[in-house]
Design a protein around this ligand. Structure first.
Ligand code: ADP
Ligand code: MG
Ligand code: ZN
Length: 768
C-alpha cells in the first residue's frame, strides 16, 4: 500500500526534472502528489492542459506497485502509454487493440511488479476475472481519468463508467484518485458520490488559461474570414468546429478547393475514416481538422495552436472545453469564435426539439449566457471566469480582443441616430437584420409585407455597407444603448440614453470596423493576431523551428508515435530561442528528461550546430556568447536546473546583475529568482556567499538554522530568529549553509578565503 511510502521532496523534484523534464509544478500538482503519497483519495478538477496526468504518473513512478489508470478511449490510452514510455516510465495497456506479444509482456511486467502504469478501460471492472486477478497484484492506487464520464449530468456520460463504483468496495484499502476538467458542482458531487470516495483531498484549479487568446468576430463573409485567419496561422495545427455534418463537409471542401489541406471529421463518417483523420491530425500530417463536437475527447495533442468555433456553441461549458484543446503545451494559442445573429435562430431550433421541458429551459438559459459572452463589452476572460465562479480582476488581460483593441473611438452620432430612428419607427418590434435591411434599402419579403419601404428611414444608410451598420448596432448593444430583453428573441428596444442620442442631447462614439475585406493587410490585423500581444510571448528563430519540426517528424515516424509526444512545441520553441550548443545546455530546455535526452539529444544538437553553420546570420542573432555558460558543469546531469528559465537567470547572473536587477528584468518574484539560484547551485554552479552576505550575518543565520535542527524547511529557522529573518533571506542563506554541511570542511575553508578581502561590510544583507 501507499501509506508506507513517505513523500520526499528532493526525490519528487528530481523525478520531475530528470524524468519529465519540467522545472516546476503547475498549480496544484504538488499538493495532489503529496496527497497520493499520504494514501488519500483525491478528487481534482483541473482545466484541460492543466497537467492532470503528471499528478498520477509521477507518484506511480516512485511508489511501489502499479498505478491502475482508467481511461475512456483506447486511442487516448495508446498515446498516454507512448508518452509515458518515451519519458522512460514503464507503462502498458490491456485492451483488445494490442498484440498477443504486447499482452504477454504487460502481463509479465505486472506479475513481477515492474509496471508503473497500467491503462485500462472502465468496462474491465465488469469482469469478475479481471478484478480477482487485480487483487493478486500490488496496486499502489487507482487513477480515474475523465471522471465526469460517470455522471449523467456531465456532457460525456458513459454507462461503462458506472462499473467503477465497484472499485472502492472491491479494493477497500487502496486509494482512488479521480480527475476531470468539468467544472460544475453538480457533476463534482455526483462523481464523488458514485465512486464512493472517502474524504478525498479536493482540488479545484483556476480555470484561467493564460496562454489562450480569446477573440470573437462578427460572422460576415465566413469563408473569406476563415481563409484569412488560416493564412495567418500558416503551418500551425488547429481545429475548426462546425455545428452540423453538412457544414463540416462544405467547409472542408471549400478549404481543399483553395489548396488548404483540411480533413473533415464527424459522427456520420465510417469508423475507419474518422480514425484515419484523427491519426493524420495527431501526427501533423494534416494540420487542420474541420469537425463537429464529436471530435474532442481523446485529443491529447499538445500543439493545437488554434480552435475556431465557426458557429455559435450551445453553451459556455462546451465552448470552454473545446477552446481548452488549444495550447495544452502552455505556448500561445488562439481561440476564435464567429458570432452571427442567424446562428441564434439555428441553435434555438435545436433547443426547441428537446422534449423534456425542464431540460429545454436549462438549454435555453445556457444559450442566453453564451450569447451574452459573445456580445458583452468587457474582457472575455473575466466573463468566462465569472461563469465558472471565479473572480478574475485585472485591468487588462492582454489576451482577448477587447483588452488589446487599439482602434480609436470615433464619433458616430449620426449613424446611431439613423438606427435608433428606424427602431422607433418600427415600434421596437424587430431585430437587427431587418432594421439594417431598411436602412440599406433592401427589397425583402418582410419589408414589403410591413410596408417598411415607405418609412422615411428606408434607404437612409445606403451610403454605407451592411457590415458598417452591423458594427453600429453591435456597438449600440454592447454600450447598452439598445436593449435586448431576451437574447433568444433579439428584438431591439430603446433606452433613455437612446432617446437622448435621438434628440441630439448626447453623442455616441464607437470603434470603426475595417472597411474592406480584400485589403488583406488591414483586415488581417482585425481578423487575427499573429502577433498576440501576450506579455509572455517570447520570440524564437522561425527558421530553426521549421528544421527542428522536420527532425521531430522523422523521429515520430520512425517510432510510430505523434510528433508532440517526441517533443512539445514548447520544447522546440525553447531550442529555437536558446540555441543550445552542448549537452548541459540542451538538458536545461523545458520538457527534456534523461530518457528523451538519451534518445534524441545528440541528433537535435547536431541539427542546431549544422543550422548555425548554414545560417550564420541567424546564429549570430540568436546564439548567446559562449563564455556566459562556461561555469556550467558539462555532461553532468543535474537534477533540477533544466529549464531555460534557469538558463536565463543564470545568464543574467553571469553578466553581473544583482538579484533585484534580475527580478526587474525577468518580472519574477525575488523568491523565484532565489529558487533558481538554489537549483543552479545544487546542479554545480559556483556561487560565492560573499556576493550576498557579510560573514557575520551568514554565521548568525547558520545559528538559527542549527537551533531549528533543520535545513529542509525554512520555517523553523525563521521562527528561531524571532522576527529577524525573512523567508527570502533564509532561502538564500540556506544555499550556502547546505553546501557547507554537505561538502564538509572544504567549503568552509573556501568560504573563508572568499570573504577575506571583502571590504564593504556595512550592509548586513546585500542586495545582490
Ligand atoms: P490534462 O490531462 O490536464 O488536460 P495533460 O496531463 O495532458 O493535461 O498535460 C498537458 C500538457 O502540460 C502536457 O504537454 C504536459 O507535458 C504538460 N505539463 C504537465 N505538467 C507540467 C509541468 N509541471 N510543467 C510543464 N509542463 C507540464
Ligand atoms: Mg488528460
Ligand atoms: Zn481581456
Amino acid at each position: 500500500m501507499s501509506s508506507d511510502q513517505k513523500y520526499n521532496s528532493e526525490q519528487v523534484y528530481s523525478t520531475l526534472s530528470t524524468v519529465f523534464g519540467f522545472y516546476s509544478f503547475r498549480p496544484h500538482q504538488e499538493e495532489i502528489v503529496r496527497a497520493v503519497f499520504q494514501g488519500r483519495d483525491v478528487f481534482a478538477v483541473m482545466p484541460t492542459g492543466g497537467g492532470k496526468s503528471l499528478c498520477y504518473q509521477l507518484p506511480a513512478r516512485l511508489m511501489d506497485g502499479v498505478c491502475v489508470v482508467v481511461s475512456p478511449l483506447i486511442s487516448l490510452m495508446k498515446d498516454q502509454v507512448d508518452a509515458a514510455r518515451i519519458n522512460g516510465l514503464s507503462a502498458g495497456t490491456l485492451n483488445s487493440s494490442i498484440s498477443v506479444e504486447e499482452r504477454n509482456a504487460v502481463g509479465d511486467a505486472l506479475r513481477r511488479n515492474r509496471l508503473d502504469l497500467l491503462y485500462i478501460s472502465p468496462e474491465r471492472f465488469n469482469s469478475e476475472y479481471f478484478i480477482e486477478r487485480l487483487k493478486t497484484l500490488r496496486v499502489a492506487f487507482f487513477a480515474i481519468d475523465e471522471a465526469h464520464c460517470i455522471s449523467e449530468w456531465g456532457h460525456d456520460f458513459r454507462p461503462d463508467y458506472l462499473a467503477l463504483s465497484k472499485i472502492v468496495r472491491e479494493f477497500p484499502s487502496i486509494p482512488v484518485t479521480a480527475f476531470t476538467a468539468t467544472a460544475t458542482q453538480q457533476v463534482a458531487d455526483d462523481i464523488i458520490g458514485r465512486l464512493g470516495l472517502r474524504k478525498p483531498h479536493l482540488t479545484r484549479a483556476s480555470f484561467n488559461r493564460p496562454n489562450l487568446f480569446y477573440r470573437v468576430l462578427r460572422k460576415q463573409e465566413f469563408d473569406t474570414q476563415l481563409r484569412l485567419f488560416l493564412a495567418n496561422h500558416n503551418g500551425e495545427s488547429g481545429i475548426v468546429y462546425r455545428s452540423s455534418r453538412k457544414k463540416v463537409e462544405s467547409t472542408a471542401e471549400m478549404l481543399q478547393a483553395y489548396g488548404i489541406a483540411a480533413k473533415p471529421y464527424h459522427a456520420g463518417m465510417s469508423d475507419a475514416d474518422r480514425h484515419a483523420a484523427q491519426e493524420a491530425f495527431s501526427r501533423d500530417e494534416c494540420l487542420i481538422i474541420v469537425a463537429t463536437i464529436a471530435f474532442g475527447m481523446g485529443i491529447d495533442k499538445s500543439n493545437v495552436r488554434f480552435v475556431v468555433h465557426a458557429d455559435l456553441p450551445k453553451n459556455i461549458e462546451g465552448y470552454y472545453q473545446e477552446t481548452g484543446r488549444a495550447g495544452r503545451d502552455g505556448e500561445p494559442a488562439e481561440c476564435l469564435l464567429f458570432f452571427g445573429r442567424n446562428d441564434i435562430a439555428q441553435q434555438l431550433r435545436f433547443v426547441d426539439e428537446i422534449e423534456d421541458e425542464h431540460v429545454r429551459d436549462i438549454a435555453k438559459e445556457q444559450l442566453r449566457q453564451m450569447i451574452h459572452l459573445a456580445e458583452q463589452s468587457g474582457c472575455r476572460r473575466v466573463a468566462l471566469m465569472r461563469y465558472f465562479g471565479e473572480e478574475f480582476s485585472v485591468q487588462n488581460c492582454n489576451g482577448c480582443d477587447i483588452c488589446v483593441d487599439s482602434r480609436k473611438l470615433e464619433d458616430a452620432t449620426i449613424p446611431a441616430q439613423k438606427i435608433l430612428s428606424a427602431v422607433y419607427r418600427t415600434k421596437e418590434s424587430f431585430g437587427a437584420i431587418h432594421l439594417i435591411d431598411i436602412l440599406t434599402a433592401a427589397n425583402t419579403e418582410k419589408i414589403r409585407q410591413f410596408r417598411h419601404n415607405q418609412l422615411p428611414t428606408y434607404g437612409a444608410g445606403k451610403d454605407q455597407p451592411k457590415i458598417f451598420w452591423r458594427a453600429v448596432v453591435d456597438a449600440l448593444i454592447v454600450q447598452k444603448i439598445i436593449l435586448i430583453e431576451d437574447p433568444l428573441r433579439p428584438i431591439l428596444k430603446l433606452t433613455d440614453e437612446a432617446w437622448q442620442i435621438l434628440r441630439g442631447q448626447k453623442t455616441f462614439a464607437m470603434r470603426k470596423p475595417a472597411q474592406n475585406y480584400s485589403d488583406k493587410t488591414k483586415s488581417n490585423q482585425q481578423i487575427s493576431g499573429t502577433k498576440i500581444p501576450f506579455s509572455e510571448v517570447q520570440p524564437f528563430s522561425e527558421l530553426l523551428f521549421g528544421k527542428l519540426r522536420e527532425l521531430r517528424t522523422e523521429f515520430a515516424r520512425a517510432e510510430n508515435v505523434p510528433p508532440y509526444i517526441v517533443f512539445s512545441d514548447r520544447t522546440l520553441h525553447e531550442i529555437a530561442r536558446n540555441f543550445p550548443r552542448n549537452a548541459a545546455e540542451f538538458q536545461m530546455i523545458h520538457g527534456i528528461g534523461q530518457h528523451k535526452f538519451a534518445a534524441y539529444g545528440q541528433q537535435f544538437l547536431e541539427a542546431v550546430n549544422k543550422f548555425c553553420g548554414q545560417n550564420p546570420d541567424e546564429a549570430t542573432k540568436w546564439r548567446q556568447p559562449q563564455q556566459t555558460l562556461q561555469h556550467l558543469p558539462a555532461n553532468q546531469k543535474n537534477s533540477t536546473a533544466q529549464s531555460s528559465t534557469f538558463l536565463e537567470t543564470y545568464r543574467l547572473f553571469c553578466q553581473g546583475k544583482t538579484i533585484d536587477e534580475i527580478v526587474t528584468v525577468r518580472q519574477l518574484t525575488r523568491g523565484t529568482i532565489i529558487s533558481h539560484l538554489e537549483k543552479l547551485s545544487e546542479s554545480g554552479m559556483e556561487l560565492s556567499a560573499d556576493l550576498f552576505f557579510v560573514p557575520e550575518r551568514l554565521e548568525q543565520i547558520k545559528i538559527w538554522f542549527q537551533a531549528s535542527g533543520e535545513t529542509l524547511f525554512l520555517k523553523p529557522a525563521i521562527e528561531a530568529s524571532n522576527g529577524n529573518l525573512d523567508y527570502d533571506e533564509a532561502k538564500l542563506a540556506r544555499i550556502f549553509i547546505k553546501k557547507s554541511v554537505t561538502t564538509k570542511g572544504t567549503r568552509d575553508i573556501e568560504y573563508e578565503k572568499d570573504t577575506r578581502d571583502i571590504n564593504d561590510r556595512s550592509d548586513i544583507y546585500r542586495s545582490r
